[in-house]
Every structure is written in C-alpha cells, then in structure tokens.
Design a protein around this ligand. Structure first.
Ligand SMILES: N[C@@H](CCC(=O)N[C@@H](CS)C(=O)NCC(=O)O)C(=O)O
Length: 141
C-alpha cells in the first residue's frame, strides 16, 4: 500500500490522521502543506489531490481521500484495528463518527447527548486508548 499524507503540524484535523498512522505504525510519505499560503499558490501535487484545498489528504495507492474522519474510518476498516476489528464494530464506530459534529457543537449539555455518550463508549471500548497518552507528539509530523 502506498500512502502519501498531506498535512500541517498546526492542524488538528491533520493531527488526528498523523496519530492514527503513528499508532498503526503505517509507513507513509509526509508532505507538509503551507496552509498559510493562498490556495492557488500551494504545491501543484497537493492542489491535484485536494480540490477544495484542505488538509488532511491521504493518497492511498494514488487515490486521494479527504475529510479526517473519513480517512480514519478508511484506515480502521483497512487495517482492522482502532475499531475496525469486526464489521459490526466498524459500523458502530462509523455511526459514532457521524454523530461527532453534533457533539462538538453542543454546549454544556454535550456530555449528556447521545453522541457524546457514544464517543465515551468508543473510548472505553478501545483497547489501544492508553497508547494515546504515551504517544510523543514531537514524533508526529
Ligand atoms: N472537515 C475537514 C476539515 C479540514 C480543515 O478544516 N482543514 C484546515 C486545517 S485544520 C485547512 O485545510 N485549512 C486551510 C484552508 O482551508 O485553506 C476534515 O475533517 O478534514
């Protein structure tokens, strides 16, 4: 599997993908994108891979994937890890991911929303969660 990951160290959306790639120990090529440059002045290969000019982008065997959650779901299903161990579990995680935007927009009631409960459940079910705390962010570029 050939992987090219376009991101930026200050981007939280990129960080999610960088963290997953790190936890899964998947070799990939990292390409830094100058997100402070005007969109039409970014590298041509990035513009070709990202029609809307956003990071993160993960190019898998020549096919660009956009949207951090979609990328995470792809990695999860492809590796059968991080929630993708079984189809049923992957579907459950995917459903939680769909609910996440609603949860992140919630206010003080967020922890009481079904979406937040789903997220907490994923965290509890996740066998690799403890590694998150042990991951050195400096190693993720
Ligand atoms: N919904 C997208 C959001 C991606 C996003 O907002 N990316 C920002 C960086 S965190 C970006 O590319 N900003 C530069 C720009 O829009 O020109 C995702 O989850 O991947």
């Amino acid at each position: 599997m050939s992987l090219v990951f376009y991101g930026h160290p200050e981007s939280g959306h990129s960080y999610k993908v960088a963290l997953a790639l790190s936890m899964l120990e998947i070799p990939h090529e990292y390409r830094w994108v100058d997100v402070y440059a005007p969109r039409d002045q970014r590298a041509a290969d990035f513009c070709a891979a990202s029609p809307f000019g956003e990071i993160p982008i993960l190019v898998v065997d020549g096919v660009p994937l956009a949207q951090s959650n979609a990328i995470l779901l792809h990695l999860m299903r492809r590796t059968r890890r991080l929630g993708g161990e079984t189809e049923a579990r992957a579907d459950q995680v995917q459903q939680c991911a769909r609910d996440l935007p609603a949860a992140s927009q919630g206010e003080t009631t967020m922890s009481h929303s079904p979406a937040a409960r789903g997220r907490a459940r994923v965290r509890l079910l996740h066998p690799e969660t403890p590694k998150l705390a042990a991951t050195n962010p400096a190693q993720i570029r």
